[in-house]
Write a protein that binds this ligand. Sequence first.
Ligand SMILES: Cc1cc2nc3c(=O)[nH]c(=O)nc-3n(C[C@H](O)[C@H](O)[C@H](O)COP(=O)(O)OP(=O)(O)OC[C@H]3O[C@@H](n4cnc5c(N)ncnc54)[C@H](O)[C@@H]3O)c2cc1C
Length: 504
Amino acid sequence: MIFDASTRALPLKLSTDLVVVGSGAGGMAAAMAAAEAGVRTLVVEGGEYLTSKDMSQREEQMFPKLLQDGGSQTSADRAVKIHQGRGVGGSTLHNLNLIKRIPDAIRAEWTHTRGLSHLPASRWTALYDELEQLLRVSAVPREQWNRHNQLLEKACSELGWKGGGLSHNRSGCLNSGFCEVGCRYNAKNNAFKVLLPRLLAAGGEVLSNCLAVRVVHEGGAARGVEAVAIDPVTRQVVGEVEITAKRVCLSASATGTAALLLRSDVRDPSGETGNTLRIHPAVIAAGDFEEPVKAWEGIPQTYECTEFLELDKPDGHRVWVLPAFAHPMGTATMIPGHGATHRALMERYAHLGVLTAMIHDLTPGKVRPKGKLGLSIEYWPDEADRAELSLGLWASAKALFAAGAKRVLIPLRAPRVLEPGDDLEWLKTMPIEKGELDVVAVHPMSSVPMGDDPQRAPVGSDGKHHHLQNLWVADGSLFPSSIGVPPQLSIYAMGLHVGRSLAN
Ligand SMILES: Cc1cc2nc3c(=O)[nH]c(=O)nc-3n(C[C@H](O)[C@H](O)[C@H](O)COP(=O)(O)OP(=O)(O)OC[C@H]3O[C@@H](n4cnc5c(N)ncnc54)[C@H](O)[C@@H]3O)c2cc1C
């Protein structure tokens, strides 16, 4: 059953065997696995329960529903835009369906430095195999690559750079191109479509519009969750919810989970909780093409350039380049300038092909609880990471020209417009200053990193908290480092793994 906390008689008191906080890739997978193992499970989700019929394909309607802070979440100093989802299904409702496994070299490094005795290579492989089948992951057929993606393929071929097609978890896709505002056609094989029905069939329940405030604990053991019911439109608190549970699993994302742990004063001698956040920061460059690109038509992000993504080399480059499409409102917020300058650029919307360079980051960021319900994020890439972002800008500009762009816009506060034949080398070493250039992130992770040693890690590789009985973590927080690839598959994997561990 799915019920809405904001419409219930409040205050509300509930009791269950397991309460899972958050219903994204991690939370929904953990809840489904536990419920199917016979554990009475309740998921509390701060966002709304929305179905495909609610996905209106309008940015101004969907962003406030599907994104934290309506899409305006930033680092505390506003230097980095950080997008995360909400709703029953979490970020899997609006994400772009890219699927990749964490490279072996990164997982081997984790085993070496953190132990991860519950996650030998064979376990990862089994989880990935199971999930790829469950989510019906397949390579997007070449005939479904839109012109935007074909341009990146052309650039890679012209430059002799490594690249290739991507795999997605979608079926029945009508190429509408509205993935980022939720799928009207329910073609995403995501937490909502695939896992939620299995959770419900196993007797699991979901309480939407319910925001956990803290983990209740006593005598060294978690006893439940203190929460509030939220009005879905105003996001104001409308009443109290108290959930008593034998086990608590936090899956509120890499920002939400760390904030909850810190607000709840859960002991962590390692000091890592909330201090090791990674986000895959990214920058963009836009190419203006003579022929319309119409990047909104068809499936976004079906082709990647991996020339500068050397995740198997200890000191290799860490830059991943791929097309970045935004609907008109999103584009307007990224395009620099005001008035006539801004308008002139927006008039070229149909002709713009945008590339993003996202990096496998090494900089540790911070998450802290803010007030009763909020959180704040501190993140600014360090010098080494900024150098990779500069390389990414150069690579993006070079690729756009190789694909035939007539000019390339580097969206600095005072925009730089480059013409074919212009020197691009300066981009490689361009210092990236706060506020000068939009830095955007969509992959928060690693804020509560797992490890076998309780003195050096807050959580074990089975997801169990080292210092509070009956408490578990199952989301992207668990990764011991950034992963350099889209994270959802591995977060689903963490959910299944932890859900099964805690049910034992
Ligand atoms: C625009 C965009 C595109 C993306 N595209 C891809 C892609 O193509 N491939 C890919 O692999 N990844 C992609 N990602 C990232 C990916 O979707 C996320 O990394 C992943 O889904 C995160 O899973 P999670 O379970 O850790 O957290 P989330 O999915 O963020 O789920 C956490 C849930 O917890 C809820 N919550 C938070 N705090 C509380 C609280 N206190 N009480 C109750 N509920 C709470 C939130 O509302 C949310 O629903 C994309 C992200 C964005 C923003």
